[in-house]
Structure formats: structure tokens, C-alpha cells
Design a protein around this ligand. Structure first.
Ligand code: PSU
Ligand code: MN
Length: 356
């Protein structure tokens, strides 16, 4: 088809190609570097030469893991991407600029600012505040959530992202309307996200229903588990391999996952894909064991009132679970994120192979 100029310039200063109104497979709407958004040299070069880039989020460091483990985890996850043959793009807001790709010094600076009141938890709705205010001399830092990271990854042209736990519909969320913006973001932004499922403090059944409504494909890596007579496997529950719910699709390997990403992209569908990767068996914590702790954490959150509402709910509950489990939940969490990042990198490599 003929190549026409699209209305927006790309990160690379070129124009995105368009054919008959539909975007060709390897072109995306990319945003140029500007005062609020910056893609590092390394990542820009990697995207340009179609290397398998894997996006990594930072709320997990600023509002999930305790200091100083968060600093160590941040550099560990980048090495997991590299040893598996990919290029890590850690995404977050540093000094009032949304950044895709941070150098080691910048990564340490962002992660060690966890707990500072000027270090925000940045979802889609927070991006304008976290970056815009630097024009008025308030320079903020921010860990980006899955939603916030997806927005920025897509602007940069990255299609695969790996992390730990997805936000969801909170228990009672059908009344309180506390539904994570991660779910609506998956419905509107074409990035594939690899997670370990969602934590049991959420309403996982309603979360899957909401994802279906949003048009999000949800596939779970079978990972050695037998498919049932309908060809299905359980959807994992973060610390446990079976949340008690069934995954809409079963995925046999990274090539199948990559084929979904590629097909979605070729058709120009604008929604995201969720891949669930069950926690490695040896690190699993039985569901019943975690459920006791979760119930207790939810009682504490309820008593805390405003300190555990809105965007503060998830970090509050995560922190309570960490303390009640005396650190065992954190160790499992670390193992599971590493496994997801390794798997996400293999998916990104397969996607890159299909695009060549
Ligand atoms: N769930 C976890 N660990 C996390 C988060 C969720 O088990 O670190 C973080 C992720 O960044 C996720 C965000 O995108 O919390 C969701 O927050 P909320 O529920 O406020 O949307
Ligand atoms: Mn919420």
C-alpha cells in the first residue's frame, strides 16, 4: 500500500507510515522526547534496531518492596533481562520527567527515594501532575504502576512488559468502585504484560470479568500443568499457582504468546494482552496459608480508614501482608517477579523474531 504521512512525528524524528488508514505492523505512534518525556539513548537505539526490549515498572520499588531490597531488586531484574538476551527499559518519573530507560545511577536514585513524600505512585491519571509541576519548580519523582508504565512503554514503542502482580477489582470493589486503572489501561493500550496473576486480597473473579468486558486477552502459561478436558488451566494467584479460577486461555510456550502479540499488532487492535505466569513450584505459598494473613491485613486496612483508601490501599495492604508474613511473602515475591521477567524476555525475543 502507499505510504502516507501520519499526523504525529516519532521519537526518531521520522514520520510514522500509514497505509489505507491502518498502521503497518512495525510502526507505532511514537512521541518525541520533550520536557516531560525522555527515552534513553540505549533504549532508542534498541527499538530502532528491533532488539527485544522489555519494560519494567517502578511502583514495585517505590511502593511495594522495602528499602534497601528494592534497590537490589531493581538492578537484579535488569540483569535477568540481559542474561536472557533482552534489553531492559526501567520506566519511572525522575526529577519531573517521565523516563523510559534509566542508567544505574538514576535507577538507584529513584528507588532510594521510596518513602519520600515527593515520590509519588504514578498511574495514568498522575502523569500530568508528576511531570508538569517541574515547570513551577516542584520536581517530583514517581514509581509508575502497571497502568502508568504501559502508557509510557507504548509511547516509546515497546510492546512487552514484565512485572509481579496486577492491580484488580478490590474486594467490595463492586460497591466502592475501587477498580485498578491497570485493568482499563489493558483495555486501551497495546502492550503485553507478564504477571504472576493477582494477589488474593483482590476479588479475582470480578477482575477477570472486568478484563473480559475491557476486551483484554488473558492467557496463562500452562508451565507443565495438564490442561483440563476443555483445554484450560488455572489462573494463578500470585503466591499460589491456582487462584481457584480458570484462565480464559492456556499458553503452551513463549512462541504462542508472541504469536498473540504479533497477531494483535498486525490487526491494529488497540487493546493489551495479559499473560499470567504461575510462581515456580518450589517458591509457592499455599493459598490457605496466605488467606489467613490476607484476612488480617484487610481488617487492618479497614481500621486505617483514609490511610488505606484510593491509591493508598494497595501499598497499605502489601505492607501489612509483608509484616504479618514475617518476610516470607517478600521472598516469594522476588522469585516470582524474576521468573516473570525471564519469561517476558523470551516472549519479547520471539516477538522480535516474528517482526524481522
Ligand atoms: N500488586 C502487587 N504488587 C505491586 C502492585 C500491585 O502485588 O507492586 C502495584 C503495581 O504497580 C500495580 C499497582 O500496577 O500496585 C496497582 O495499584 P492500584 O491497585 O492502586 O491500581
Ligand atoms: Mn484503587
Amino acid at each position: 500500500g502507499g505510504i502516507v504521512r501520519c499526523s504525529r512525528p516519532s521519537v526518531f524524528g521520522r514520520w510514522c507510515r500509514r497505509s489505507n488508514g491502518a498502521h503497518l505492523s512495525q510502526t507505532r505512534h511514537l512521541t518525541t522526547n520533550n520536557a516531560f518525556f525522555k527515552v534513553s539513548e540505549e533504549i532508542r537505539e534498541a527499538i530502532n534496531s528491533k532488539k527485544p526490549v522489555v519494560a519494567l515498572e517502578t511502583t514495585i520499588y517505590t511502593h511495594g518492596f522495602p528499602y534497601p531490597e528494592n534497590v537490589a531488586l531493581a538492578s537484579h531484574l535488569e540483569s535477568v533481562v540481559r542474561v536472557n538476551g533482552g534489553v531492559p527499559a526501567t520506566i519511572g518519573v525522575l526529577d519531573g520527567v517521565a523516563r523510559v530507560g534509566l542508567n544505574p545511577e538514576e535507577l538507584i536514585r529513584l528507588t532510594s527515594s521510596a518513602g519520600n513524600p515527593d515520590t509519588l505512585k504514578v498511574s495514568r491519571r498522575d502523569l500530568a501532575y508528576a511531570t508538569g509541576l517541574h515547570l513551577t519548580q516542584r520536581t517530583l519523582n514517581g514509581g509508575t504502576t502497571i497502568a502508568g508504565t504501559m502508557v509510557l512503554a507504548h509511547l516509546a514503542g515497546i510492546s512487552v512488559f514484565a512485572t509481579g502482580g496486577l492491580g484488580g477489582v478490590h474486594r467490595g470493589g463492586h460497591v466502592s468502585m475501587d477498580v485498578s486503572a491497570d485493568l482499563t489501561e489493558l483495555g486501551r493500550t497495546p502492550v503485553a504484560v507478564v504477571v504472576g496473576g493477582c494477589k488474593g486480597f483482590l476479588d479475582i473473579g470480578r477482575t477477570l470479568e472486568f478484563l473480559e468486558t475491557q476486551g483484554v486477552a488473558v492467557g496463562t502459561f500452562a508451565d507443565g500443568r495438564a490442561e483440563n478436558e476443555k483445554g484450560k488451566v488455572p489462573f494463578p494467584g500470585f503466591w499460589c499457582r491456582d487462584s481457584g479460577l480458570t484462565s480464559p486461555f492456556a499458553i503452551r510456550d513463549e512462541r504462542e504468546a508472541a504469536a498473540m502479540v504479533y497477531a494483535q499488532n498486525e490487526m491494529g487492535l488497540s487493546s493489551g494482552i495479559l499473560f499470567a505466569n504461575p510462581i515456580p513450584e518450589q517458591h509457592e505459598i499455599p493459598r490457605a496459608e496466605m488467606e489467613v494473613i490476607i484476612e488480617e491485613a484487610l481488617v487492618l486496612a479497614d481500621r486505617a480508614g483514609a490511610a488505606a483508601m484510593g491509591k493508598d490501599n494497595t501499598p497499605f495492604v502489601l505492607d501489612a501482608i509483608k509484616q504479618l508474613s514475617k518476610g516470607t511473602s517478600v521472598k516469594a515475591n522476588r522469585e516470582l517477579v524474576s521468573a516473570n521477567v525471564a519469561r517476558g524476555t523470551l516472549v519479547a525475543r520471539e516477538v522480535a523474531a516474528l517482526q524481522r
